[in-house]
Design a protein around this ligand. Structure first.
Ligand SMILES: Cc1cc2nc3c(=O)[nH]c(=O)nc-3n(C[C@H](O)[C@H](O)[C@H](O)COP(=O)(O)OP(=O)(O)OC[C@H]3O[C@@H](n4cnc5c(N)ncnc54)[C@H](O)[C@@H]3O)c2cc1C
Length: 407
């Protein structure tokens, strides 16, 4: 069986692997980039609804969940948002900033981003081979031998950029963790879907009003009453539960808490622009209007109906005739609707992975393993996940850049 040789082999041609391969090749390395998928870059193409939210104008370690915030900060400082903008500009992709702070290509097409990366890889001499899945790897005298779906590969250095487990049909199914573990790495106890829609129990009034989107604040509250995390953004009610940026952003904190405490709730504030006291005063001064009419002034009609159901208030009750407990029930449903979620929608609907290889197991300056010389890790395989807004790609670019430059 003939073997392939390379100075540096990069496993995984997603955002992090492509970036690592490009930068290693630009340093003069002979780089082989392997990917198990038939079509590379699937996640780049679906990102941002097909527009690819490449980065965010302000990226901070606070925007991430990770086993070490200082490491995230140092990596992000090594390849900044401006570096990302400059890189893509040199490749002919101009980014525009939207009101949300997210940066997209001016073409509004993710394909532009992927094509630029593939072109940069080819132009710098990267040999991209796919579909060629890496099944395992072992140490040799000269470095690494990789078993692949075709012939073995010999390389002096190996960059693992296999992603996590989110969207497995894209090719990221978690095998990279086993490869890292075979060299002595560990993975966090919790590896779960994140940036994932959440499921409400069947029969919940919100499931019957799918399609309504509204601004909200979501707060994760433990059974002890302790507030664990909150987020503000658009909430989308769906036929299974909740989605939209606010639900996706809170999903990591909810799932993490749910593992320890099955009584954990999410409180939804559906009228964040005013306080609960202002809502109370507004209902009390609504005169002869019905509570249904008052609710319809603030919410879409179907949501107004669901709030009446949840609070158990007859729709035609005149606002000034509401009892104190009826008014309190309504204002609670508006400002602190308790959502007891059953679970999440799973890996097929998740954008990223919570957990992975702990950051303490890599040297942030180079992304080289502390466990195995010559092995580098970058991207989502590491225990880092960002909120919605381009933060996950910025982590992939920055960590991929460091790994590629150092390998
Ligand atoms: C629907 C969706 C939308 C998203 N939108 C955005 C967005 O707009 N902005 C943003 O910042 N982030 C977004 N993300 C998250 C972002 O796509 C990921 O965080 C990022 O792509 C991770 O990059 P990565 O290179 O580490 O891993 P991946 O992109 O998962 O790439 C890993 C690659 O490794 C390959 N691979 C895995 N195992 C093997 C193996 N054993 N052998 C060979 N190859 C292997 C896979 O085929 C894959 O190509 C989105 C994610 C999803 C699912």
């Amino acid at each position: 069986m003939s073997e392939t040789h390379a100075e540096v082999v990069v496993v995984g041609a997603g955002a992090a692997g492509l970036f690592a391969a490009i930068h290693a090749a630009r340093r003069g390395r002979d780089v082989l980039l392997l990917d198990g998928a038939k079509k590379v870059g699937a996640k780049i193409l679906v990102a941002g609804g097909g527009r690819c939210n490449v980065t965010h104008h302000a990226v901070h370690e606070r925007d991430y969940h990770a086993s070490s915030r200082p490491v995230v900060r140092n990596v992000l400082r090594s390849f900044t948002v401006q570096d990302t903008i400059d890189f893509f500009e040199r490749e002919g992709v101009f980014l525009k900033r939207e009101d949300t702070g997210k940066l997209f290509p001016t073409t509004d097409r993710a394909r532009t981003v992927l094509d630029a990366l593939l072109h940069a890889a080819e132009h710098s001499g990267v040999r991209l081979e796919h579909p060629r899945r890496v099944l395992g790897s072992k140490q040799t005298e000269m470095g690494f031998e990789l078993q692949t779906s075709t012939t073995p590969v010999q390389a002096r250095r190996m960059i693992l950029a296999t992603g996590g487990r989110a969207l497995p049909k894209s090719g990221s199914d978690g095998l990279g963790y086993s490869i890292a573990e075979s060299f002595g790495h560990t993975t966090t106890d919790r590896i779960f879907p994140a940036l994932v829609p959440l499921v409400l129990p069947g029969g919940h009034a919100f499931r019957d009003i799918a399609g309504i989107a509204l601004p909200a604040i979501l707060t994760v509250v433990a059974s002890t009453g302790k507030h664990l995390a909150d987020t503000q953004g658009d909430l989308l009610l769906t036929h299974f539960g909740i989605s939209g940026p606010a639900a996706l952003d809170i999903s990591h904190a909810w799932r993490d808490a749910f593992e320890d405490d099955h009584e954990v709730r999410i409180l939804a504030n559906l009228l964040p622009k005013q306080t609960i006291e202002e809502t109370d005063a507004s209902i009390r001064s609504a005169g002869g209007r019905t509570i249904q009419a008052w609710l319809k002034e603030h919410f879409p009609a179907r949501l107004a109906g669901a709030l009446l159901d949840l609070s158990g208030t007859p729709s035609q009750t005149i606002c000034t005739h509401l009892t104190k407990s009826q008014r309190h029930a309504i204002r609670s449903c508006i400002h602190e609707a308790a959502l007891r979620l059953e679970g999440d929608r799973g890996w097929h609907h998740a954008e990223v992975t919570m957990g992975g290889v702990p950051l303490s197991e890599v040297k942030w300056q180079t992304m080289e393993s502390r466990v195995k010389d010559g092995l580098f890790l970058c991207g989502e395989i590491l225990d880092v996940d960002g909120r919605i807004g381009g933060f996950n790609f910025q982590w992939a670019w920055a960590s991929g850049y460091l790994a590629g430059n150092s390998a």
